[in-house]
Write a protein that binds this ligand. Sequence first.
Ligand SMILES: Cc1cc2nc3c(=O)[nH]c(=O)nc-3n(C[C@H](O)[C@H](O)[C@H](O)COP(=O)(O)O)c2cc1C
Length: 339
Amino acid sequence: VTLPHGDALEAAAREKVSPSTYAFYSGGSGPGRSIADNVDAWSRWYLRPRALVDVSKISTKTTVLGAEIDLPVLIAPCGFNVLAHPDAEVAVARAAAAAGTIHVLSTASSIEYDEVIKATDSPTWLQLYTDPDHGVTDARVDAARDLGFTAIAVTVDSPIAGMRDWDSFGADMLAELQRLGSRMPSVNFEATLDWDEIDRIAARSGLPVLLKGVLHPADAAEAARRGLAGVIVSNHGGRQVDGTLPPALALPDVVEAAGDDVEVYVDGGVRRGEDVLRALALGARAVLIGRPYLWALAVAGEAGVTELLGRMRLELEQAMALAGQTDATDVAGDIVVRA
Ligand SMILES: Cc1cc2nc3c(=O)[nH]c(=O)nc-3n(C[C@H](O)[C@H](O)[C@H](O)COP(=O)(O)O)c2cc1C
């Protein structure tokens, strides 16, 4: 396959999915400003290349939570991949494994967790939506541990549903999911989710715990105090509260507050290898991508996601070389300047 680039990829995917799926995947909350802001904010960081560096060898390898990966571009947890392609989360898991990166599986996976885990030998993280019924939370946590997920990313930007047009996830979507034989996880937001519950989840699971959806440095500092493994700087792809500081601009303060023991990741609007380079320069260990892989999955299934990740790798290698950076674990902070 040859995937279209940029906006043309989204347009091609739009042709492949139902109108309600397109609305669900592409949409955001409120007036939807964050969707474009997230993308645009990356280009507020101008690259300032170093010259006269031997860039004949480039390494995109890094380690995440102690595991070596080939590409610092992880797959963000997105619910209900079956709406894009029948092979759904299994196709995504295989493509991530082939690219040597990590798949973060959504609580709202359309395929059973064990089937997704069994599809590859690669480390996989589980994204956790907690539930007001802690028995439900515990069942997910125990499944993560018992099935061999290597980390839990607790989503903390969703104590309540985002200000979305939830009617668009109404009868149409439910009928489509049923027709496609989707697993039907119940996601019930937990308005009382707090730090003590995070500690409880960490202790129960024995797994490294990351917080997904951090924008404020004080939350990163608290994560460090509590000994958590990582934070993912994210505004949920503009799907929770609209009009936040874009993750690209929130990142530096979070990196500073997190200190040396908490790994910092970022997602939202990452679209090209140059954006990945910017994130690494700003102190992120890796990025995650959401919508781009959903579009690639819709257009060409597993092969599409594989091609997308391969393309991002090539773009990252080229951007690194042209900025005089040879090692993804050691990108100089001064090769980006805020506009
Ligand atoms: C269709 C869709 C479903 C999503 N489902 C989840 C989810 O189940 N859990 C979660 O933590 N984040 C979810 N997200 C947010 C993504 O994990 C990620 O933060 C966001 O998509 C990154 O922005 P990007 O789409 O611009 O790359 C979802 C995003 C989309 C677009």
